[in-house]
Design a protein around this ligand. Structure first.
Ligand SMILES: Cc1cc2nc3c(=O)[nH]c(=O)nc-3n(C[C@H](O)[C@H](O)[C@H](O)COP(=O)(O)O)c2cc1C
Length: 375
């Protein structure tokens, strides 16, 4: 029996779906319990705002390095740009040194961060020639000292600190439960757990038993993450983990309306109709305008390609369109091509054709490439 099938058995297909009650992170009351995952090179401000408009209750920024010498680079300053973003503003920091992480936290608080999230979830991130992200889970003492230092630095500012991690370093060293207790003890106020080890990257399937064990063991809110790509999966992950909230990453790429679809299903037990083609056209064209405004013409036209590719994935003519669109070098031509593609699609159908979701796949390569591109 597959991992998912065994979870489905326990989750009960017939339980009434429902979203847990709205939660707080410190003084901040969240709009709902469906979060968009931080994804470097993807969840920039325009995309976060779009997800929030379409039903996500909370969004964390792409990670910002703790390396002071990089804070003034264009990449980091774009990531620290929260203009017009609905609160609470949450900034994720990554690094390997407790003092540097504490300093980075304060730097971001001074620039508007209302919540600081510590990255112990990324499978591959080198900071100062050392592995950061989930690699920190291998060194429990260092991981806890980083959490303690960041909490202590943020406390005088009244800023809560949260942390995102995996289930452990490898199958034989699944220490998320031990770490969760230690993180709670040093004052971490919310824990997000991606149900894979670092060694797995994005391979295999997420498991939710470790998340359920953490939820049962700590008092702070626990967020379940990994492979949630449909309303039914959201219901089942909630049921089998008892988590306080769900975090969705890859399934929101090109499909930011997944949040309202899940929220509707959990509230009513029924499915929303797929979005109108005209609505998707409007959303994507607005997304592109915001994207170009943040990145400018040269970078904007290039970094928008991956988003457009995700929106048209699986649609009739989508693959051929993606290839044509990738050759366009200016924003106006790209924007117009997208408008024309959706106008043509609207002739044959009012609503977006239902396409198979592809959230559950090995995205290790995508993670590394997009994170490295940084936009
Ligand atoms: C392109 C990409 C970039 C990511 N960047 C980050 C990051 O900056 N910080 C982080 O904590 N996790 C990062 N992640 C991991 C996601 O937040 C999430 O934990 C993971 O994708 C599993 O959730 P999903 O199955 O819903 O996608 C990234 C994932 C992808 C695919």
């Amino acid at each position: 029996m597959g991992v998912l099938a065994s979870h489905y058995n326990r989750a009960s297909f017939f339980s009434k779906p429902s979203l847990p009650p709205p939660m707080n992170i410190g003084p901040h009351v969240l709009a709902n319990n469906l979060f968009v995952a931080p994804m470097a090179g993807v969840t920039d401000r325009p995309f976060r705002q779009l997800c929030r408009r379409l039903g996500a209750g909370y969004a964390v920024s792409e990670m910002v390095t703790s390396r002071r010498d990089l804070w003034h680079t264009l990449k980091t300053s774009r990531r620290a740009d929260h203009a017009g973003e609905p609160g609470p503003i949450a900034v994720q920091i990554a690094g390997t040194d407790a003092a540097m992480m504490a300093e980075a936290a304060v730097y971001n608080v001074q620039r508007g961060a209302q919540i600081i999230d510590i990255n112990m979830g990324c499978p591959a991130k080198k900071v100062c020639n050392k592995w950061a992200g989930s690699a920190l889970m291998q060194d429990e003492a260092l991981a806890v000292s980083i959490a303690r230092a960041v909490v202590q630095a943020c406390e005088p500012h009244g800023v809560p600190v949260t942390l995102k991690m995996r289930t452990g370093w490898c199958a034989a060293h699944r220490n998320a439960l031990t770490l969760a207790r230690a993180f709670e003890d040093v004052g971490i106020q919310m824990l997000t757990v991606h149900g894979r080890t670092r060694e797995q990257g994005y391979k295999g399937q997420a498991e939710y038993d470790t998340i359920a064990a953490i939820k049962a063991a700590v008092r702070v809110p626990v967020v379940a993450n990994g492979d949630i790509d449909s309303p039914e999966k959201a219901r089942d992950v909630l049921a089998c983990t008892g988590a306080d909230a769900l975090m969705i990453g890859r399934a929101a790429q090109g499909r930011p309306w997944i949040f309202r679809e899940i929220a509707h299903f959990l509230a009513t037990g029924t499915h929303l109709a797929p979005p109108l083609v005209a609505e998707v056209r409007k959303l994507l064209l607005e997304h592109l305008q915001d994207h170009y405004a943040l990145y400018g013409e040269f970078t904007g036209v290039r970094s928008a390609r991956k988003h457009i590719g995700w929106y048209v994935r699986g649609l009739p003519g989508g693959e051929a369109f993606r290839e044509r669109m990738n050759a366009l070098e200016d924003c106006q031509a790209q924007w117009q091509a997208v408008a024309d593609f959706f106008d043509e699609l609207a002739v044959s159908s009012d609503r977006l054709p239902v396409v198979a979701t592809s959230g559950v796949q090995d995205n290790t390569e995508q993670h590394d490439r997009i994170s490295a591109e940084g936009a």
